[in-house]
Design a protein around this ligand. Sequence first.
Ligand SMILES: Cc1cc2nc3c(=O)[nH]c(=O)nc-3n(C[C@H](O)[C@H](O)[C@H](O)COP(=O)(O)OP(=O)(O)OC[C@H]3O[C@@H](n4cnc5c(N)ncnc54)[C@H](O)[C@@H]3O)c2cc1C
Length: 367
Amino acid sequence: MSQPAKPAPPAGRANAKKELSEHFKQYKHVWVFVEQERGHVHPVSWELMGSGRRLADKLGVELAAVVIGPAGEATKAAAAEAFCYGADLAYIVADDVLTDYRNESYTKALTDLVNTYKPEILLLGATTLGRDLAGAVATTLLTGLTADCTELEVDADNSLAATRPTFGGSLLCTIYTLNFRPQMATVRPRVMEMPERVEKPVGRIIEFPLGMVEDDIVTKILAFVPDRDKATSNLAYADIVVAGGMGLNSMENFQLVRQLAGVLGAEYGCSRPLVQKGWVSADRQIGQTGKTIRPKLYIAAGISGAIQHRVGVDGADLIVAINTDKNAPIFDFAHLALVTDAIRLLPALTEAFRKRLSPHTRDRIAS
Ligand SMILES: Cc1cc2nc3c(=O)[nH]c(=O)nc-3n(C[C@H](O)[C@H](O)[C@H](O)COP(=O)(O)OP(=O)(O)OC[C@H]3O[C@@H](n4cnc5c(N)ncnc54)[C@H](O)[C@@H]3O)c2cc1C
């Protein structure tokens, strides 16, 4: 009797085994890169510390902060603060050559640390600096990097399952780094919840030399020119956000969003087509290719709620949507649905809040 033909093994990577070489089996522990610039730690570092803590606990390993910066108090303070957000230890590379971010020096510091202490997971913020550094470190170490993750988990065989949107945000895919270490991932600000800060001043510190001098670096910093707009937009971290979409019909009508935001002491934002039309600047775009926000209150006026917008606002506590179409997708996830003309409702809301909110109350709402 003839045997039924064996099914052919799946082709390509689907057939790849999660088999690590002996060399990579030594890689242990979870690391979070603490991004600091001019004495200011980017809050995404603490958000990642929360995720890192969860992963480290599941794996039964330690969580380490990696702090790279100039010699002095600010770098030490960043390491001390990392303990308050859950780090068990901190690696510090402190050298005045590292005063300003430069790809060469930071890549050297981080790759040398990885090659010496061998972490299994390395997380960085998907900021301008973090993206630049993560790409350079991953290519130097010849390992995998999953960018802009929305979920990080440990699977049954202890691999990092890094999930991110794909196909224009219409699907989510989970990516594994099967045969290399560390498993690297970046996460955008506000995607992960901020962990509670706990007063815990003790933790181990391991100092590591940079092994590079100024003359070794090709890139020179001639001057630091701060971004004039940066201080004015705090969209990602605002407690109240009012945003407008194509339903507002014109740049003039978008002023209605700004007026309501002004009265509420809120930040204002928009959907992507308004940026594409040049009505609003790109740093105000909310969504997959814009900012991720986690406000207490999000008011969306004339926004349909496409998936690429939704992923940027899912973390909001209360979503109020104003839309003329009762079947608009935004009503599938809004907490409060106002089926009406935003161009008429927005000025009425602004006026009502202006009358009822004293400046003191507004400050209180926003705090
Ligand atoms: C790769 C990729 C990335 C993307 N990234 C983003 C992103 O980061 N952010 C983002 O927002 N989009 C993004 N998009 C675009 C996204 O798919 C949608 O096209 C976009 O969000 C739609 O914007 P909108 O809701 O303002 O406009 P529309 O889809 O045109 O919706 C307008 C809405 O206004 C309503 N309306 C009309 N008149 C009124 C009125 N008078 N009062 C109240 N409501 C009214 C309509 O019923 C409709 O629901 C991305 C797309 C791709 C392919």
